[in-house]
Design a protein around this ligand. Structure first.
Ligand code: TYD
Length: 807
């Protein structure tokens, strides 16, 4: 069997590297029973909360229409919906401003408030509110809307209370870190996994609630055909299901045991907006694109929020009721979630910035069409499209922001992004219905054509239309593929379809990539030295020109006299060099178990010959995969640098490729970044503008989690483990000896005690005996005395009688 035919075996190392490592950390959390319990409560309660909000929207609409507050008809209804979202946001903001501080003190360990009971209380409160919510219309028909808004406000406070208590309780339930000396590798970041789990649960809650509402309203309609009460109270069943969900959350929490733990600082929903003002202003990222990307993400999120907020009005404009509303919410939010989860796989070869612009535009077009089309089924389909595109835009924007910022600043930038997104979601949720109210219903007649639309439809069209310039600005101002027509890129990306690849089963293949002058060779040397010190065999190599044949190819490729070499010939020569390199050098070293560090690999071809030249990146990648039998690195470090900055670093005369114009190098850079964004687990993007030492540190940090252990390390660990075991054994022996000694002493003490007790017994017995003897003697004496006395008396008697006889 030749090497090319060998089945690709996925080694434990590559397994660690596989995209699911974070996924596994999240799933591992659910194997901790109390965390699973808390998580179930969060999921159930979260669905209950979202369901409650949807139900309250429906109830507010019904109340507004019945009582005619806020003015009558369409405007009043739209104002009522805006008021519901406004009340909820007000609750969140007021909670953050007023209640958060005191609550933190009260729920601290040892404080008077128990977190579990706080959660149960918040659930109980919401349960009670939702049981009565559908009845306000009957009880106080002219104040029903007010009561419903109060319900929204209080349930909002309840949700905050629950979440704050949960956030302070959850970290204490994390599995304890292993004892010292036992850890082979740094643990996957539990807290990060916890955050992910929590975020994902929150995300899943809204579509799940919409699905529940859909089912509940369908059943409610069925009941309504028989029972009049249900046909009037269409939202009632949903409200009771929400109450049921809160009671399920209570019963889950009831059996939860919470250990006391330090309370982490709770967060305000606006955290991330108030950033320390630095001299150089807010972080704009490596290429200055961060503000635009954040803006696009927030605009898309706000647009979807606005669409969801007017969905109830639009549903009734379409002639539907609660069922259509639930369907629209499910379509919008469910598709957004799916979009977020699958964004990485959408057109993986397309520049992520272009994808962000495209997805933003698609969201806009779909929303616009939602407002235009008067057919319910089509509107639901368009809602799915809008939601999905928005999810892809959000996730892509997030990835891009991550890529733009260094690891140390990433958390803060992400927080900022999320805060801006939250603000726009809030604005969209309140602004959407307000806009619909302001517009009202309109009827345009042009000849035979009648165009009768409600304010919700106009709002959808307007926000959809607003997203189009946002997409255009993102494309114009952040494009990393200028000079390449978008249409061509798109066609290329749509063709996609990649053959299977896998990293080697043994050894570790590390590749450093980046533009000319990024400082790869310096890093290769520093890393090689560090890895060698761990006791590994390290093979340092490069492309092109690591083999004898490669050297000749390199001189052809880089010699300025080869100017005019055809693009395809250039691509094939690089591939030929790579084939030889992998076959004669890289694979054998990996099979020996060595750590191979290569200065450039396949990505250079994709970036230079694909993105840089006029060739298809997909085809270039395919040629290289064929040349290497699909060998991919375990980790590719991309040293990202602005070509202008890099150019200043050149010390020698530029070679044929270095002499290419700046636009070429800009395209190369974007080619690299696109590859990295498509597979974040296999790439590490580092800002190559920083000090070399800082770069090495960042890379070492990642390698620490990925590199296999060297024999020396395994030996050291085995020794450490043995030492720990010996120590434990010694301790156990000492302990046993101490126990034995204690037992012996105890036995002696008991014996002593028994002896003393026996002596005491003996003494008492003897005393008793003596007393008895004395008594017997006394009695004998007494008897003797009495006998004596009797004898004396008898004698006297005899003497007296003799005397009488003689006398
Ligand atoms: P490199 O060895 O990094 O050059 P230097 O030692 O002068 O820094 O790479 C040589 C050039 O070859 C570089 O400009 C990038 C280019 N190149 C490609 O265009 N395609 C490829 O597949 C590879 C490996 C390199």
């Amino acid at each position: 069997m030749t090497r090319a035919e060998q089945p690709t075996v996925v080694s434990p190392t590559s397994d660690t590297l596989a995209a699911d490592s974070r996924e596994r950390a999240v799933r591992a959390l659910l194997r901790v029973p109390p965390l699973k319990r808390l998580w179930s409560a969060q999921l159930v309660g979260g669905i209950g909360d979202a369901l409650a909000l949807l139900v309250l929207v429906l109830l507010s609409l019904q109340a507004a229409v019945l009582e005619g507050s806020f003015g009558s008809g369409y405007r009043g209804a739209a104002f009522a919906v805006a008021a519901v979202f406004g009340a909820r946001i007000l609750a969140t903001l007021l909670f953050g401003a007023v209640l958060l501080g005191p609550l933190t003190t009260l729920t601290a360990p040892g404080g008077p408030l128990d977190r579990r009971w706080l959660m149960i209380g918040a659930d109980g409160l919401r349960l009670a509110l939702l049981v009565v919510a559908p009845l306000w219309i009957d009880w106080v028909p002219d104040k029903a809307l007010m009561m419903i808004l109060i319900t929204v406000f209080v349930t909002g406070i309840g949700e905050r209370l629950w979440t704050i208590a949960k956030e302070s309780a959850a970290p204490a339930l994390l599995p304890a870190p292993p004892a010292e000396g036992a850890a082979v590798r740094p643990l996957p970041d539990h807290l990060d996994a916890l955050r992910r789990l929590s975020l994902r649960t929150d995300f899943a809650a809204v579509p799940a609630a919409a699905a529940v509402l859909l089912i509940a309203t369908l059943i409610g309609n069925l009941l309504g055909s028989g029972l009049e009460w249900f046909s009037f109270h269409q939202a009632a069943l949903g409200s009771y299901v929400a109450a049921g969900l809160f009671s399920a959350s209570i019963s889950t929490l009831y059996f939860l045991e919470l250990p006391g733990s330090p309370t982490p600082r709770p967060r305000s929903p606006l955290e991330g907006l108030r950033r320390p003002s630095t001299a150089d202003g807010p972080d704009k990222g490596r290429t200055g694109a961060v503000p635009l990307i954040v803006g696009a993400c927030a605009a898309v999120a706000g647009a979807i929020a606005a669409a969801a907020a007017v969905a109830v009005l639009h549903a009734s404009d379409l002639g539907g009721g609660p069922v259509t509303f639930a369907l629209l919410i499910l379509a919008l939010t469910g598709a957004t979630g799916t979009g977020i989860r699958t964004a990485e796989k959408v057109l993986p070869t397309l520049s992520r910035r272009r994808l962000l612009a495209l997805a933003t535009a698609l969201t806009g077009v779909a929303l616009l069409a939602m407002g235009l089309v008067p057919d319910t089924a089509t509107v639901v389909f368009l809602a799915v499209l809008a939601g999905y595109a928005a999810g892809v835009a959000a996730c892509t924007g997030h990835t891009l922001v991550d890529q733009e910022t260094e690891e140390v600043r990433r958390a803060r930038t992400t927080e900022h992004l999320q805060a801006v997104v939250r603000v726009l979601i809030a604005l969209g949720a309140v602004g959407g219905p307000l806009l619909a109210a302001a517009i009202g219903t309109h009827r345009l007649t042009t000849g035979d054509f009648v165009f009768a639309h409600g304010g919700a439809a106009f709002t959808l069209m307007l926000i959809g239309a607003l997203l189009l310039p946002v997409a255009a600005i993102v494309l114009a101002r952040t494009d990393d593929r200028s000079g390449v027509p978008l249409r061509r890129d798109l066609r290329e990306a749509l063709r996609g379809g990649e053959p299977a690849v896998a990293p080697a089963a043994t050894g570790f293949f590390l590749v450093l990539e980046g533009g000319d002058g990024a400082g790869k060779s310096t890093q290769v040397e520093a890393l090689a030295e560090w890895i060698r010190a761990k006791g590994h065999e390290v093979v340092v190599t490069r492309e092109p020109g690591a083999t004898p044949v490669g050297k000749r190819l390199r001189s052809i490729l880089l010699d300025v006299s080869s100017a005019g070499l055809s693009n395809r010939a250039e691509a094939l020569l690089y591939a030929a060099d790579r084939a030889e390199h992998v076959d004669s050098l890289v694979r054998p070293a990996l099979e020996r178990g060595a750590i191979v560090i290569s200065d450039r690999y396949i990505d250079s071809s994709v970036a230079y010959q694909g993105a840089g030249r006029d060739l298809s990146p997909t085809e270039i990648a395919r040629i290289s995969r064929w040349a290497t039998s699909g060998l991919v690195p375990h980790l590719t470090v991309l040293l990202d640098v602005d070509p202008e900055t890099a150019r200043e670093r050149f010390t020698e005369a530029p070679d044929r490729l270095e002499s290419e114009p700046p636009e070429f190098h800009a395209r190369v850079r974007s080619g690299f970044l696109t590859l990295a964004a498509a597979d974040p687990t296999r790439y590490l993007v580092v800002d190559a503008g920083q000090e070399p030492e800082s770069i090495t540190t960042v890379v070492r940090h990642r390698l620490d989690q990925l590199l296999p252990l060297s024999e020396a390390e395994i030996k050291a660990q085995a020794e450490a483990r043995k030492a720990a075991e010996d120590e434990a054994r010694r301790k156990a022996e000492e302990e046993a000896a101490r126990k034995a000694e204690e037992e012996r002493l105890e036995r002696e003490r008991q014996e002593q005690l028994a002896k003393l007790r026996a002596e005491e017994e003996e003494r008492r017995r003897r005393e008793l005996e003596e007393a008895r003897q004395r008594e017997a003697e006394r009695q004998a004496e007494e008897a003797r005395r009495r006998a004596e006395e009797a004898r004396r008396i008898a004698e006297e008697e005899r003497v007296r009688r003799e005397a009488e006889e003689q006398a």
